[in-house]
Write a protein that binds this ligand. Sequence first.
Ligand SMILES: NC(=O)c1ccc[n+]([C@@H]2O[C@H](COP(=O)([O-])OP(=O)(O)OC[C@H]3O[C@@H](n4cnc5c(N)ncnc54)[C@H](OP(=O)(O)O)[C@@H]3O)[C@@H](O)[C@H]2O)c1
Length: 263
Amino acid sequence: MGLMLLKDQVALITGSGRGIGRGIAHLFAKEGAAVFLTARTKEQLDSTTAEISKGGGRAGYATADLSQEAACAQAVAAAREKFGSTDILVNNAGHYGPVVPVEDYPLAEFDKVIAVHLRAAFLLSKLALPEMYARQSGVILNISSLSAKAAYSWGCAYAAAKAGLLGLTRVTAAEAAPKGVRVNAICPGPVTETQMSKDLGAVLAKKIGLNEDEQLAGFLNGVLQGRAQTAEEIARAALFLCSDQSSAMTGQSINVDGGAAFY
Ligand SMILES: NC(=O)c1ccc[n+]([C@@H]2O[C@H](COP(=O)([O-])OP(=O)(O)OC[C@H]3O[C@@H](n4cnc5c(N)ncnc54)[C@H](OP(=O)(O)O)[C@@H]3O)[C@@H](O)[C@H]2O)c1
């Protein structure tokens, strides 16, 4: 067990069957939260919740394709049914989308990327806030990206969705502050252990005619620490922002990128 920084809290974490969301679910459970997981792939939700339960944590899940409005409502309802109302909402789910220039980017794919990263975060916030306001407490954390603050080719919808999340974070924070609720964002740099990052690295390497190690080395040249971040390092920042340790912070976006963006 950890320091129990989230004792008796209920956390709904999206995109938590694998990757960063899985890391957040593990750490939050260790810190005393009941964690409710959601993603599309049942097997990954099954195995992650089983790992958490085996470690003595409380975990439940529901499958949901968060690009669908109804699925967002179902996920919040399922979390409420399992553990009661949500104290902490972590909007983490998403995919990178096509790796192509703007002029070749299919509209349907653009809409899908926005729907999962940005629209679902809006819908889930809309669903979770009334109960948080009623209790005068709660935290929302939006997982944005270094891509929101940098300029990388071939991922316009992803960058737009992640930048949009920062706007959503600030406006929600402004509305929520007088009601005891905090809203922040994390901008991770390259978390190379995750499926999304590996897939993207492979596609980028192929496009620019390098092998994957060379492509990654080139990218890490632009990071002060010269290394990738781990899902656990992102989870530790998430724990800070979702616990009372950050009680005076709201409307912020925190870069957890080894020193790559400086605003
Ligand atoms: N890895 C990085 O370098 C990096 C850097 C900055 C920001 N991020 C952000 O961190 C978050 C997590 O990414 P990750 O790297 O951990 O990637 P990942 O391992 O691919 O995990 C993404 C998670 O989101 C879920 N998901 C994707 N589409 C979904 C949908 N339509 N409905 C519900 N769930 C969905 C996935 O599950 P299913 O496929 O089963 O649905 C999975 O659980 C993302 O928001 C990503 O943009 C990642």
